[in-house]
Design a protein around this ligand. Structure first.
Ligand code: TYD
Length: 205
């Protein structure tokens, strides 16, 4: 049986990733494909506990402890949820994956791209998506979209942090253009979704 396709959506907080995950999932299901949607952090029982520690824990979290917790979450996520489904022929769409660690912890927390990437690659035994969609948006616009919602520990970071994270994502996308699709997140959601579908189609033909 053919393996499922693995797609991740990335971007800073407030760019509309979950909307796009849902729109792509609907399209794939309508085309008769088996599809499973998930997210990081979280996606497993252990992951939900790690998510609560990371986003709502009290007190300072050391940057390396943060990177290791995201990596632990991801290891569990791949082993229990992602890899078995891909092996069974189901497409998996995830709201964030290892590039979030490289951008947030590597660039945002300044731990360095290479070390954080190596840590994540260890966690996932080298499993990379066939397609990663970057929804790119200026941090000020993204922050305005989050206004009025309750901000978690990461979302409460300063605009400079998100500038660094955004440029981290763009650097990653530039280095691996065959895996990444970079889209302007200020476009209407339907327009973004149709560009994603177009690129997805090129994966299966
Ligand atoms: P997010 O999916 O944006 O949660 P929500 O949409 O419910 O607020 O993820 C939570 C935060 O975790 C987000 O600010 C990005 C951050 N994050 C990292 O810093 N590193 C990582 O490896 C991942 C997966 C997320």
């Amino acid at each position: 049986m053919a393996r499922g396709l693995f797609i991740s959506f990335e971007g800073i907080d407030g760019v509309g990733k979950s909307t796009q995950v849902n729109l792509l999932a609907e399209h794939l299901a309508e085309s008769g494909r088996q599809v499973f949607c998930t997210r990081e952090p979280g996606g497993t029982e252990l992951g939900d506990e790690i998510r609560a520690l990371l986003l709502h824990g009290k007190g300072h979290v050391d940057a390396r402890a943060e990177a290791l917790l995201y990596a632990a979450d991801r290891a569990q996520h791949v082993a229990l949820e992602i890899e078995p489904r891909l092996a069974a022929g189901t497409d998996v769409i995830t709201d964030r994956y290892l590039d979030s660690s490289v951008a947030y912890q590597g660039a945002g927390r300044e731990l360095g791209y290479d070390e954080v990437r190596a840590l994540s690659i260890f966690a996932v035994k080298g499993l990379l998506p066939q397609l990663t969609v970057l929804l790119d948006l200026e941090p000020a616009t993204a922050a305005a979209r989050l206004a009025g919602t309750e901000l978690d520990r990461l979302e409460s970071e300063k605009i400079e942090f998100f500038e660094a994270v955004r440029s981290g994502f763009l650097t990653l996308a530039k280095a691996e253009p065959e895996r990444w699709l970079v889209l302007d997140a200020s476009l209407p959601a339907e327009e973004i979704a149709s560009l994603v579908r177009l690129r997805f189609a090129s994966l299966i033909h």
